[in-house]
Ligand binder design. Structure first.
Ligand SMILES: [Zn+2]
Length: 192
């Protein structure tokens, strides 16, 4: 059985806040709890797949080469802390291009699923934006919303339903997933 956690990048794994755009590798800062959270998921057999919207490429805020460098640094930082990301998929388009990969569209997730053959019945989504939750909903995956990054602002703006499971950060999200995935099948729907 191949299972994965689909992770948002900015505001979930690395520092982000409303009005900010990561455009240089040197600016990249992992959240303190991210390595531990990812190690735990990985040890439980989850593949770690990052899905990230990077409209900055379409808007020429950053080049594809710079984005590549940012992702190399992200992988390296995590590797130094014992975490291997299985894949990073990004959407380089702007919203007005109406592509099929920009979250909440499901193109990135589907691409990962095709490549790795994940069984969606055992996958999860973690993110700090309503678009992450909406993507999860479209493929019927359970999602955990994190309060880091844009999380609190999204809640304040009324974009996040009360019933959505929430965690303080990526470590809380990992714990939620691990607790839930240990439950015998059949009871998974009452989690939360
Ligand atoms: Zn796209």
């Amino acid at each position: 059985m191949r299972k994965a956690v689909f992770l948002d990048r900015d505001g979930t794994l690395i520092r982000d806040r409303p009005g900010y755009y990561l455009r240089r590798p040197q600016q990249l800062k992992l959240y303190k709890n991210a390595p531990l959270a990812l190690r735990r998921l990985s040890r439980a057999g989850y593949r770690l797949v990052v899905l990230t919207n990077q409209a900055g490429v379409a808007r020429k805020i950053l080049t594809p080469a710079t984005l590549e460098k940012i992702h190399r640094r992200l992988r390296r930082n995590l590797l130094a802390r014992g975490v291997r990301l299985d894949a990073i998929y990004h959407c380089p388009h702007a919203p007005e291009q109406r592509c099929r990969c920009r979250k909440p569209q499901t193109g990135l997730l589907r691409r990962a699923q095709r490549r790795f053959g994940f069984s969606l019945a055992h996958c999860y989504v973690v993110g700090d934006k309503a678009s992450d939750l909406e993507m999860a909903r479209r493929v019927r995956l359970p999602a955990v919303f994190v309060l880091t990054g844009h999380g609190r602002a999204e809640i304040r703006q009324g974009r996040i339903a009360r019933s959505v499971p929430k965690a303080a950060d990526i470590l809380g999200a990992a714990q939620w997933i691990l607790k839930r995935s240990r439950k015998p099948s059949g009871s998974v729907t009452d989690a939360g």
